[in-house]
Design a binder for this molecule. Structure first.
Ligand code: NAP
Length: 293
């Protein structure tokens, strides 16, 4: 039991990664006269998605990358979107492509993702990127789970042989998270809405990853004393955004825990920037340090 757990400070680590990203941008610019460029594609008018994309574009500018947002109307077809993604994939001035999801229901999201050239898939959404994540090979990770892995590494959380329980199995979070933990030699249990005795499974976890999308869903008495608790949840509420974990109660039991905000969220953005600059370096044949922190 740990009355005051270590706070996994994603904001601070993200800040350090961003400094290194800015330095890497300067190096690439100096050697090639090219600024790494991220293009974000947004379909429809969802205000939350528009806000997320604007934040990404703004951060690119702050770190010295070029960035562009391409907006499509809500009635866009899969064919139209795929044509643009193919065009961007073939454009040597574009180094990273991000398709903001979710896309409107009439679009075949998978077909659209697969139109992103794997070398520019800086958001880690293509089948190629997924396969590489699962096999523990170098490549672009899904940004949120890749950010969580980086945070766990930073705080030297022992992963090999530990029991990790991932709550959620979405394509952008739970599934790639499980794959990355497995590739790092954890024993992984993946839970979802049909899981029986969720609390009992979480009680066995050395590492808990909450990726459910329900405010304060994970209760304090589910947490094994000393466990590492990572909250990927980001749920808008009347008093600001809250996580998927009941932080105050879980912090009574956890050995380490992420805050919301300031934990996983900033890491997601930092990894996107890092992966974009790495994509640019690879395309421009510039060698960078192996890890940006
Ligand atoms: P999602 O696509 O809605 O997936 C939620 C998952 O939770 C599903 O796999 C679902 O199971 C599972 N689930 C729902 N109710 C459950 C229950 N009662 N018991 C167990 N599992 C349950 O959500 P997501 O996109 O993965 O996002 C999850 C959370 O992370 C959200 O709060 C989101 O805002 C946040 N997020 C944060 C970042 C960041 O940068 N910080 C990035 C992405 C997402 P089924 O598969 O059976 O339906």
């Amino acid at each position: 039991m740990s009355p005051s757990p270590t706070i996994l400070d994603g904001k601070a680590l993200a800040g350090r990664i961003q400094q290194q990203v800015a330095e890497n941008v300067r190096q690439i610019l100096q050697r090639t006269n090219v600024r790494p460029c991220l293009v974000a594609v947004l379909v429809g008018e969802d205000p939350a998605s528009a806000k997320y994309v604007q934040r990404k574009v703004k951060l690119c500018e702050e770190l010295g990358l070029r960035s562009r947002m391409i907006k499509f109307p809500v009635a866009t077809t899969t064919t139209q979107l795929v044509a643009k993604l193919n065009e961007l994939s073939a454009d040597p001035a574009v180094h990273g492509i991000l398709l903001q999801h979710p896309v409107p229901a009439q679009i075949d999201e998978r077909e659209a993702f697969e139109a992103i050239g794997p070398g520019k898939d800086v958001d880690g959404v293509t089948f190629t990127s997924f396969a590489r994540m699962y096999f523990g090979l170098a490549g672009f990770g899904s940004c949120t789970p890749a950010g969580i892995m980086r945070l766990l590494e930073e705080y030297r959380v022992p992963i090999r042989g530990s029991h990790a329980v991932v709550i959620g199995r979405s394509a952008i979070l739970g599934k790639p998270m499980a794959g990355m933990l497995l590739a790092a030699d954890a024993t992984v249990t993946v839970c979802h809405s049909k899981t029986r005795d969720l609390a009992g499974l979480v009680r066995q976890a050395d590492i808990v990853i909450a990726a459910v999308g329900k405010p304060h869903f994970v209760k304090g008495d589910w947490i094994k004393p000393g466990a590492v608790v990572v909250d990927a949840g980001f749920n808008p509420g009347p008093r600001g955004n809250v996580g998927d974990v009941d932080f105050d109660a879980a912090a009574q039991k956890a050995g380490m825990i992420t805050p919301v905000p300031g934990g996983v969220g900033p890491m997601t953005l930092a990894i996107l920037m890092d992966q974009t600059v790495r994509a640019a370096a690879e395309q421009l044949k510039v060698e960078l340090p192996t890890q940006a922190d």
